[in-house]
Design a protein around this ligand. Structure first.
Ligand SMILES: C[S@@+](CC[C@H](N)C(=O)[O-])C[C@H]1O[C@@H](n2cnc3c(N)ncnc32)[C@H](O)[C@@H]1O
Length: 222
């Protein structure tokens, strides 16, 4: 991906962040794109390979309800549905959800416009599999803490949360958005009834290479 879309996204994000509106820039970006996804830095228009390899390894037959947090243009949600999950996918951006519905008119995924911080109450403890990929790293640190708590709340007792994010060391600067997470930040998931099952720290062969954390958690059965 060239740096140009990332610079455009950062400019739009900065405007909103300065105006005290850290979540408004997503809709601004998607609506400005008007279907031209080249200005959306994360719009690869294909499923995340870090998700595919995880699903291939953790080939479960015990599928149930899945939730994709911050689904963007829908490719990861479609993959979950294709693998047999009854999938709900949500995004704060109405335009993003509109594009999902347009791209996948015959989809089995339920696409919903919703804000992670005020999601429908019936989603509480409902989902057997929750996928968070790349949303936390575009939220400012103060919002991330609450976001993690909200994400945990969606996982059913015994359910799984898969998190895929950029990673960095504690003493490394977080630099420009997308802001890589630290292992210490991810520990917060374990304060909300989740137990870490796996943690991978690896370099993804992108241009330039990206350090990724991929972690799996299970919610305790009371
Ligand atoms: C970096 S993008 C990643 C999108 C998608 N997961 C992917 O990998 O292509 C983050 C997404 O999270 C959405 N998002 C950000 N804050 C959100 C919130 N509070 N509630 C729901 N979605 C949110 C954005 O609109 C955006 O689509």
């Amino acid at each position: 991906m060239s740096n140009e879309p990332r610079a455009t996204a950062r400019d739009i994000a900065q405007e909103h962040l300065h105006a005290g509106d850290p979540l408004g820039w997503f809709e601004s970006l998607y609506s400005r794109s008007a279907g031209d996804t080249s200005i959306i830095p994360w719009a690869d228009l294909t499923v995340n390979p870090n998700l595919v390899s995880w699903l291939d390894i953790n080939n479960s037959t015990d599928l149930g309800l899945a939730l994709k947090v911050g689904c963007g243009l829908g490719d990861d949600a479609e993959e979950l549905a294709k693998r047999g999950y009854s999938t709900t996918a949500f995004d704060i951006s109405e335009s993003a959800i509109g594009q999902c519905r347009k791209r996948f008119p015959d989809s089995f995924v339920e696409y919903v416009v919703a804000d992670l911080f005020s999601a429908p109450s019936e989603w509480k403890a409902r989902f057997d599999f929750v996928l968070e990929s790349y949303t936390l790293q575009v939220l400012p640190p103060d919002l991330r803490i609450e976001a993690m708590k909200c994400i945990c709340s969606f996982v059913s007792p015994g359910g799984i949360l898969l998190v895929i994010a950029r990673g960095r060391e504690e003493n490394e600067r977080e630099g420009k958005m997308p802001w890589p997470l630290t292992k210490k930040e991810l520990l917060l998931f374990e304060d909300h009834g989740l137990q870490k099952m796996t943690f991978e720290d690896y370099i993804e062969n992108e241009e330039p290479p990206v350090r990724r954390f991929r972690a799996t958690y299970r919610k305790a059965v009371k």
